[in-house]
Write a protein that binds this ligand. Structure first.
Ligand SMILES: NC(=O)c1ccc[n+]([C@@H]2O[C@H](COP(=O)([O-])OP(=O)(O)OC[C@H]3O[C@@H](n4cnc5c(N)ncnc54)[C@H](O)[C@@H]3O)[C@@H](O)[C@H]2O)c1
Length: 267
């Protein structure tokens, strides 16, 4: 028996990957890396123009991609998007639940209202994207994955969900919830050839968190906590997602992998 090379194991040839929130940042880089490894890519974003630009970059480079808009907080919209994707490609083999952002309190120097002064109006956007968005994506793709007895569900969470962020309390809960959901789901679908994992990020230089990552004093404070003293790049996250999407990770499920330069090593 010949052992496949690591390069072959990372190939996504013949697979279709749907990435939510792929119009910029981590999702965009994941789309580019997946396409470069042979995947047909469904580029989703709330902002269709962003998704179209990314899909255009992929097709110009010789890859295969389609841009589809939907708001991941709405199950009907997500289901409709998956149906359109399945009409274009055969089915979704890999779902990357990436949509989300650190939102209005993303600048930790800015005063976020204390949790005890907030209510569902403030909580719902966090829960909608970072928790319900994950459930919606999984709900929409799993029937096809179970039918085909193959699938990968990868969710981008945050170190806020592992260690907690005092300025992003509900976001922390939503991301931790997504990780707990993923562990339960992993147990439920493993016998169908489907793996479910999470990637937990610390500060990655994207447009979504630019107010934080372009604040020199804040960056200096953050870097003191990072063993590898630089901020993350979208490619740091995308490379781990590629691994979890590929055959190289076929015996890994129910896990959360920090991609964070060694932040919070004792957690
Ligand atoms: N950048 C970081 O430092 C960091 C740290 C920890 C976790 N994360 C997580 O990584 C993921 C990607 O972050 P990023 O920094 O690349 O974000 P970003 O804000 O740069 O890009 C996110 C994209 O998602 C889209 N989006 C947002 N809500 C959506 C919705 N409801 N439906 C569809 N699309 C939606 C946005 O339009 C945007 O194009 C998020 O889940 C985020 O919580 C990021």
């Amino acid at each position: 028996m010949t052992t496949p090379s690591p390069t072959d194991l990372l190939s996504l040839a013949g697979r279709t990957m749907l990435i939510t929130g792929a119009g910029q940042g981590v999702g965009k880089q994941t789309a580019l890396v997946a396409a470069a490894h042979g995947a047909k890519v469904v580029v989703n974003d709330y902002h269709l123009d962003r998704a179209e630009t990314v899909a255009g970059e992929i097709t110009e480079a010789g890859g295969t991609a389609v841009a589809l808009r939907c708001d991941v907080t709405d199950l009907d919209e997500v289901t409709g998007m998956v149906e359109r994707a399945q009409a274009t490609f055969d089915g979704i083999d890999i779902l990357v639940n990436n949509a989300g952002n650190a939102g209005p309190a993303q600048d930790p120097m800015a005063a976020a209202p204390p949790f005890w002064e907030t209510g569902p109006k403030e909580w719902d956007p966090w829960m909608g994207t970072s928790f319900y968005g994950v459930l919606n994506g999984a709900r929409a793709v799993l029937p096809g994955m179970v039918e085909r007895q193959y699938g990968r569900v990868i969710t981008v969470i945050s170190d806020a969900g592992r260690v907690g962020d005092p300025n992003l309390v509900v976001y922390s809960g939503a991301k931790a919830g997504a990780a707990g959901f993923s562990r339960g789901l992993a147990r439920a679908v493993g016998r169908h050839g489907i793996t479910v994992n999470c990637v937990a990020l610390s500060a990655i230089r994207t447009r979504g968190v630019a107010t934080a990552t372009e604040n020199e004093a804040l960056v200096a404070a953050m870097l003191k906590q990072y063993v590898i003293r630089r901020l993350g790049e979208p490619s740091d996250a995308a490379n781990m997602i590629l691994f979890l999407a590929s055959e190289a990770s076929s015996w890994i499920t129910g896990q959360t992998y920090p991609v964070n330069g060694g932040f919070a090593l004792n957690q």
